[in-house]
Ligand binder design. Structure first.
Ligand code: NSS
Length: 429
């Protein structure tokens, strides 16, 4: 029976199995050999006794280096001494493909070396566990949207005008014309709600971030949603349910992965409701910690960190000043200096994972904000058009996949949450 390395311990004693995988490590004791065999589902110990299998098989594998590919036929033996509680005693083994050179990833190599060899480093069980967790999370997010009646839309990556300010736009030479890589599909989703009602997208966004921080990428995966007939309160309820329910389900489905990663995070720790904290209250909290932030400024990484240390669950930071936010944010009718915006911040120093808000849906008001920001109305012609035909209050959000993975798994650097990270200083491999 073809079996997964990671599930051998759930098979009965004496079961005959065929395993296909890679040699993670090997230990020799004369005519006895132990192999840790890895196949993407996990690692299992394979015991080879020279007396119990063809001599040629034993010899071939004796000289095979790490990451050589093999097929093993053997018998499951439950043994508390084996890592995972069960091992496979080999009866036959075939060397499919011996490593040509010594595998370069070994104990003691530095972070730069690992990044340069990311194409090989992702074979480690920890890296694989993070990628698997990320996959589980995306599955739960997608299922959540589908259950809630959102329609998936796919939006372009080449765009002609900034969504989140010109400073982080990547330029592309598009047949001699200057276009950009998208920072967010929000504007296309705003068009889509008049066609479909509630929509979502899961695709990459690009930011020419000059900051070398542990939570900025230049290419990240963006989960975005937009809803017609929704105000700020409706929006926050959707965001907290999506983040809370999809995260809880993922944690529930990823117990083994968390154990392997040595992480403990209970589904309760992500359970909504989340606190709502106004920007002005945040300034008071910061002041009480001896940090003075000028009214109107956006929170920097340091301020965010100090503020989030006060919380043990994600929380919303709402009603940012107009001048700290992009032009499309709806001014608060109660105080037009503020906006109906809400960022969701992860606790314990992690910071922003969602940016969201109600959009301006009035044509004249949006035009005035575009002009006030010194932008060119002609660049936003089609976006303004949306306000001409049955425009309604609407709201939406953007969730950074890597930021959420980073927080849920307590990763030091956001780069570990991506298979092949892109940052200011890295586009290889
Ligand atoms: O700039 S955001 O706060 N908001 C938007 O882009 C909206 N236009 C989304 C929308 O309403 N449809 O970015 C949203 C999230 C932010 O909270 C982070 O979680 C993530 O996108 N984000 C990033 N992750 C990693 N690296 C970088 N550079 C980055 N920038 C944003």
């Amino acid at each position: 029976m073809l079996a997964d390395c990671g599930r051998v311990n759930s098979l009965p004693d004496g079961a005959g199995v065929e395993l296909r995988g890679w040699i993670r490590s090997k230990r020799h004791h004369g005519r006895l050999m132990f192999i840790d065999l890895r196949d993407g589902t996990g690692v299992v110990q394979v015991t080879l006794k020279a007396a119990e299998l063809p001599e040629a098989d034993f010899q071939a594998v004796s000289s095979a280096g790490r990451e050589s590919a093999v097929v093993v036929w053997g018998v499951v033996v439950h043994d508390p001494r084996a890592p995972g509680g069960a091992e496979v005693r080999a009866r036959k083994i075939e060397l499919l493909s011996a490593s040509l050179e010594e595998f370069p990833i070994k104990k003691g190599v530095g972070p730069r070396f690992l990044s340069d060899h990311r194409h090989l480093a992702i074979r480690s069980p920890k890296a694989a566990a993070i990628l698997r967790f990320r996959s589980n999370l995306l599955k739960s997010i997608r299922n959540w949207f589908e259950r809630e009646g959102f329609v998936e839309v796919h939006c372009p990556t080449f765009i002609t005008a900034a969504v989140e300010g010109g400073a982080t736009l990547f330029e592309v030479n598009y047949f001699g014309k200057k276009v950009y890589l998208t920072q967010s599909v929000q504007f296309y989703q705003e068009a889509a709600i008049y066609s479909l009602g509630k929509v979502y997208s899961i695709q990459p966004s690009f930011r020419a971030e000059r900051s070398k921080t542990r939570r900025h990428l230049t290419e990240f995966w963006h989960v975005e949603g937009e809803m017609a007939f929704a105000g700020l309160d409706d929006l926050m309820r959707v965001v907290e349910r999506l983040v809370g329910e999809a995260s809880a389900e993922t944690l529930e489905n990823s117990r083994e992965l968390l154990k392997l990663l040595g992480r403990e995070r209970s589904p309760e720790s992500v359970e909504p409701p989340y606190h709502r904290v106004k920007y002005s209250e945040a300034l008071d909290i910061l002041a009480s910690k001896g940090v003075q932030l000028e009214w109107g400024s956006d929170l920097g990484a340091d301020e965010e960190k100090i503020l989030t240390m006060e919380f043990d669950k994600p929380f919303f930071l709402t009603h940012f000043p107009r001048k700290a936010k992009a032009f499309y944010h709806m001014p608060d009718p109660a105080n037009p200096e503020l906006t109906l915006s809400a960022d969701l911040l992860a606790p314990e120093g992690y910071g922003e994972i969602v940016g969201s808000g109600q959009r301006i849906h009035d044509y004249e008001q949006l035009l005035a904000r575009i002009v006030e920001e010194g932008l060119e109305p002609a660049d936003y012609k089609w976006y303004l058009d949306l306000r001409k035909y049955g425009s309604v209050p609407h709201s939406g959000f953007g969730l950074g996949v890597e930021r959420l993975v980073q927080w849920l798994l307590g990763l030091k650097n956001i780069r570990s949450a991506v298979m092949f990270p892109r940052t200011m200083s890295r586009t290889y491999p």
